[in-house]
Design a protein around this ligand. Structure first.
Ligand SMILES: Cc1cc2nc3c(=O)[nH]c(=O)nc-3n(C[C@H](O)[C@H](O)[C@H](O)COP(=O)(O)O)c2cc1C
Length: 214
């Protein structure tokens, strides 16, 4: 067993980098943008990497990291394979959560809501901007299906490269999802575990703001 894993109980992180007040900002998108910029300024790596969680038909949650790629009409957009595990789960149950962790500023942002497919034109435009190999990969990868032999995927890359050359269309099974938030929680680490948690809940076109116990 790893010594570090054995020693986890003795790891007591105290948080002291900032605080968050419920009067600080009434618009969660403005606050999200500010925190996003501050994460970049603090030298955080992979600032737009987030955990997206979905729930299967038998109520088993699963989580994985994706990249936030755009904000479209105040929704949080990521791109993936619509036939992947997450895609199949979203097709049955569109409720999902997205989680950002920015440790340098001792912050977490937790977003919950429903996911819809982006309009095709927006997915087309993003797909077009991707590098050639990524475009071919979107065709070659049957994301989340069992891969019996890794030569299969290399063969498919070669097949689609021959088929399309340099002009690769977006596959119908690949595109964007927009998470439309019902609730956004901003968490700022504080000393003695008395963290600040400010929750914005969408209600009849406005945002209700409340504080939660840490
Ligand atoms: C840093 C990082 C970024 C990732 N970004 C994406 C992404 O934007 N889209 C995506 O489909 N998978 C992305 N992945 C891979 C996913 O975590 C996951 O393995 C994949 O989407 C299959 O998930 P599923 O089988 O649960 O559907 C990323 C992984 C990491 C570690």
């Amino acid at each position: 067993m790893s010594d570090n894993l054995e020693d986890l109980k003795n790891n007591h992180q105290d948080f002291s980098k900032g605080s968050l007040d419920s009067n600080e900002e009434k618009n969660p998108y403005v606050l999200f943008g500010r925190w996003f910029d501050e994460a970049i300024a603090s030298g955080e790596l992979e600032v737009n990497a987030c955990v997206i969680s979905t729930v299967s038909v038998d109520l088993q949650p699963s989580a994985r990291i994706v990249y936030l790629k755009e904000m479209v009409d105040n929704s949080f957009v990521f791109y993936t394979n619509y036939s992947s595990q997450k895609g199949k789960e979203i097709a049955i149950n569109p409720k999902a959560s997205m989680l950002f962790f920015w440790p340098k500023n001792e912050r977490q942002v937790r977003i919950e809501g429903e996911v819809v497919k982006l309009p095709e034109a927006i997915s087309d435009a993003y797909f077009e901007s991707r590098p050639l190999q990524s475009k071919l990969g979107a065709w070659a990868s049957h994301q989340s299906d069992e891969l019996v032999d890794s030569s299969e995927i290399h063969n498919r890359m070669a097949y689609y490269s021959d088929k399309f050359g340099d002009v690769v269309p977006r596959p119908a099974h690949w595109g964007g999802y927009a998470l439309m938030p019902q609730c956004i929680e901003f968490w700022q680490g504080r000393p003695s575990r008395l963290h600040d948690r400010i929750v914005f809940t969408s209600f009849e076109g406005t945002w209700k703001i409340h504080r939660k116990n840490p």
